[in-house]
Design a protein around this ligand. Structure first.
Ligand SMILES: [Zn+2]
Length: 511
């Protein structure tokens, strides 16, 4: 009942409600939301009787569900393809990031936040790709401000690398394969970032002390040695020792491509996961993005250490990495989330469509392949994803009393279309048919951030026009030289790794 000491709440209701991915869908269900939390829940007629004066948002034609969680991303706002970075092998595509135009990071985070909210995502992971490594410290705070302006939660982890910038291993062999004129160019791409490890950890500590919010979970500050081959053991260990006592998380890209799995075999004669395990670098505080090229022994190690995986199905297709073995991860009970990585199939950051792709790819050919139900995938986008992204203690991804009231109302009548039979599974319909066009209202961190399909926190049209004008009036790109260098290096990198393709001692299938 309403307590005189707390401000009045509101009722949010729908003809159909999904309170958690693992629970049956309920009819005519309502929540009583107060101060950003779900204070009460029950049948619509019961809640209206208990809180007769409460304002209401909802409708019989809507589906009510928890806000979605984007477990791995870079918050680029703008499309890489449109900015002249074509899809390619990850190892080649990465070079193109250096050619992206320098724009106000606050504007990009504002746009990213609005795009995500309008697709039903109320919490996102952000691994920050700075314009230059030297610029990383200056870009973090404006990025956090941009997400705050949009009204979305963020698990923010600045990345860092300290080795193997251009090629994972065999640098001398690679350089020897190049024409002499190309060698100094390749060497310049092999330089470590001009940001010391000490400065990186100082940055993370300052951000953590100022912005980490363990009470309302609007911002979590985490740490990110960016990816397996690019980070020394010492860096990984220091990241663990930074994160664990602060009760925050580490997020790393791992085993995104087969070449990363082969790098581990060459370097240590073992799998990457076995190597991390031997150093005490697996644990429940760790989230591994991608994980396309694991083997069964890796899965057992991850299970034993309760290590989490953030699955990126679109990005793994677009950057030609492969399809992650999600059915095996589900069977092992790994903590799992789904992230868009800034590279969805339609280049539009539509999280509901990303769930559709994840579900479709998880069901593999063959009668002996397990059937992955829609609920298992949806769990990865809801409570499972929240645990992977913010930690299992954070009450997100479900609509139970006490949870943070991040929620989405979808136009369910439009999702159903002409007719949905009484025995049609609503979760199957949701994953097979829904997209951002069906997202009508979104409540995140105590605010209605989307109403009738439009962001309420920022003027999206003005924001897009502003970015268009900034790009149109930019001086000629300083990156023409870099683009020319990439054009020369790309065929050499492709040829170099093609020689690794002949090694079929590990993961020889092209998954
Ligand atoms: Zn990524």
């Amino acid at each position: 009942m309403h307590n005189a000491d707390t401000p009045p709440g509101q009722i949010v209701w729908a003809g159909l409600a999904l309170t958690a991915a693992t629970e049956p869908v309920r009819s005519n269900y309502a929540l009583y939301v107060q101060e950003g939390r779900i204070a009460d829940a029950g049948a619509y007629h019961e809640l209206t009787a208990r809180y007769p004066a409460a304002p209401q948002v909802g409708g019989a034609h809507l589906l009510l569900m928890p806000g979605l969680v984007n477990s791995h991303d870079h918050g680029r706002g703008l499309s890489g393809v449109a900015l002249g970075v074509p899809d390619d092998l990850l190892e080649i595509w990465l070079l193109g990031l250096a050619t992206l135009p320098t724009l106000d990071p606050r504007l990009l985070a504002q746009l990213e936040g609005v795009l995500l909210l309008r697709s039903g995502v109320t919490a996102t992971a952000h691994s920050h790709n700075p314009a230059t490594w030297a610029n990383l410290p200056a870009e973090c705070e404006p990025t956090l401000a941009g997400y705050r302006d949009a009204g979305i939660r963020v698990a923010f982890h600045p990345p860092y690398v300290d080795q193997n910038s251009l090629i994972y291993t065999g640098q001398a062999e690679f350089l020897a394969s190049l024409p002499p004129s190309l060698r100094p160019i390749a060497e310049s791409w092999m330089q470590p970032p001009p940001l010391s490890r000490e400065d990186y950890f100082t940055l993370c500590t300052q951000l953590y002390n100022r912005f980490h919010d363990p009470l309302h979970h609007t911002v979590h500050i985490q740490i990110s040695p960016a990816g397996g081959p690019w980070c020394s053991d010492e860096l990984m260990l220091a990241a663990r020792d930074w994160a664990v006592p602060r009760r925050t998380r580490v997020q790393i890209h791992l085993l995104e491509t087969r070449y990363q799995a082969l790098y581990a075999r060459r370097r240590w004669g073992s799998s990457f996961v076995a190597h991390l395990d031997s150093l005490g670098l697996l644990g429940p505080w760790l989230t591994l993005a991608h994980m396309v090229w694991s083997d069964p022994d890796d899965v057992e190690r991850l299970r034993a250490a309760k290590t989490a995986v953030a699955h990126n199905p679109s990005s793994n297709l677009r950057l030609r990495s492969g399809v992650a073995p999600i059915a095996a991860y589900l069977a092992a009970g790994l903590p799992l989330g789904i992230g868009m990585d800034g590279y969805t199939l339609d280049d539009d950051q539509d999280y509901l469509r990303e769930l559709r792709l994840a579900w479709t790819l998880a069901n593999r050919p063959g009668a002996s392949s397990p059937t992955v139900p829609a609920s298992a995938i949806l769990q990865m986008g809801l409570a499972g994803g929240a645990a992977v992204t913010f930690g299992p203690e954070v009450p997100l991804g479900h609509l139970h009393p006490g949870a943070l009231a991040d929620l989405v109302l979808l136009d369910w009548r439009a999702v159903e279309g002409i007719w949905a039979a009484p025995n049609a599974n609503p979760l199957d319909l949701l994953l097979r048919r829904a997209s951002r066009t069906h997202v009508l209202h979104v409540l995140a961190a105590g605010r209605w951030v989307v109403r009738d399909g439009h962001a309420t926190t920022l003027d999206e049209t003005a924001l897009k026009n502003n970015l268009h004008d900034l790009l149109a009036t930019q001086p000629p790109p300083k990156t023409a030289r870099l683009q020319a260098e990439i054009a020369h290096l790309a065929p050499a990198i492709r040829h170099f790794y093609s020689t690794w393709d002949r090694e079929n001692d590990v993961n020889s299938d092209l998954r």
